[in-house]
Design a protein around this ligand. Structure first.
Ligand SMILES: NC(=O)c1ccc[n+]([C@@H]2O[C@H](COP(=O)([O-])OP(=O)(O)OC[C@H]3O[C@@H](n4cnc5c(N)ncnc54)[C@H](OP(=O)(O)O)[C@@H]3O)[C@@H](O)[C@H]2O)c1
Length: 264
């Protein structure tokens, strides 16, 4: 039996590394792509499978296309390309540069990877393209470009899936919708929900079950359903400032009102 081969794009992230560990245990040959390959070489060496590490600059579409094409020529076949890249930031004053960076990585870079992988899978005749996405794409949100980019990613993947069906090729497209607070779990914050190894386990299970779309962890399916249902006048009332910011603002207002009372 031939050994399965998976390419993981964005291999420096903690979730990617958990997925890599679990796939390595299943004897999957891995290609790990990261912005700074040196930063993950020690991790790669610790994996109990054949691994190669390579650099990939997501903000340069021509380089993405060339890198994936070269890899394809070097490998016997590729069974899975998992895209786990992304940029997010929040600044209430909405400066342009962070928005432009998010669009470059999450829209342009994402499309270049998915488009190239899909074309190469088409030539190969089979394969699976999976992407770690976010339920943030279900509605607009405070990190404006980020939320919009996640909606774009979902639609892009759905379009590719339609193409695969029309071509009548066994190419699976899997949209892995992570819940918002799983970031807290990955950073081991107090808002702990699911440990990274459980998130990785559910990601792998969804890919191996050839799911078109999966909510990770499963509880986020309910949140996604509610998020879609909420009318805008309720959805809009969510607080976009942190609790600390709200409290600081409240005490500043109280102080200002107190000063006003004294002066009357
Ligand atoms: N973490 C969560 O709780 C959470 C929740 C919902 C959805 N998601 C989704 O998960 C995905 C990963 O996001 P994350 O929040 O988990 O972030 P992350 O851990 O920081 O991973 C982002 C990855 O993208 C790579 N990347 C960013 N800019 C790049 C560039 N210009 N060139 C090459 N690589 C670049 C990063 O590489 P470097 O480390 O080298 O910069 C890193 O490997 C995103 O699609 C996000 O929407 C995550």
């Amino acid at each position: 039996m031939t050994q399965a081969t998976a390419i993981i794009v964005g291999a420096s992230s903690l979730l990617s590394q958990e997925i890599a560990k679990q796939l390595a245990k299943q004897d999957v040959e891995l290609v790990l792509l990261a912005q700074d390959p040196d930063s993950i070489s020690e991790f790669a060496q610790s994996l109990p499978t054949k691994v190669r590490v390579q650099g990939l600059q997501i903000d340069q579409p021509a380089a993405i296309i060339a890198t994936l094409e070269t890899l394809w020529q070097q490998l016997d076949s590729v069974h899975l390309v998992l895209v786990n890249t992304g940029l997010n930031s929040y600044d209430a004053t909405l400066p342009w540069q962070p928005e432009a960076d998010i669009i470059t990585v999450n829209v342009q870079g994402f499309s270049a990877i998915c488009n190239t992988a899909f074309r190469l899978f088409t030539e190969q005749g089979y394969g699976q393209l999976a992407a770690i996405n976010s339920i943030a794409g279900l509605r607009g949100g405070p990190s404006v470009a980020y939320h919009a980019s996640k909606a774009y990613a979902s639609n892009y993947l759905e379009g590719l899936s339609m193409h695969a069906q029309r071509l009548k090729l066994p190419i699976t497209i899997t949209d892995l919708q992570l819940g918002l607070l799983d970031k807290a779990a990955l950073q081991r914050s107090r808002l702990w929900l699911s440990p990274p190894d459980e998130v990785a386990r559910q990601v792998i299970k969804a890919m191996q079950s050839a799911k078109r779309k999966a909510y990770i962890t499963k509880r986020w399916r309910l949140v996604a359903w509610l998020t879609k249902l909420l009318p805008e006048f309720i959805y809009n009332t969510r607080h976009w400032r942190t609790k600390a910011q709200r409290l600081a603002e409240k005490s500043a207002n109280n102080a200002a009102n107190g000063n006003q009372d004294k002066s009357q």
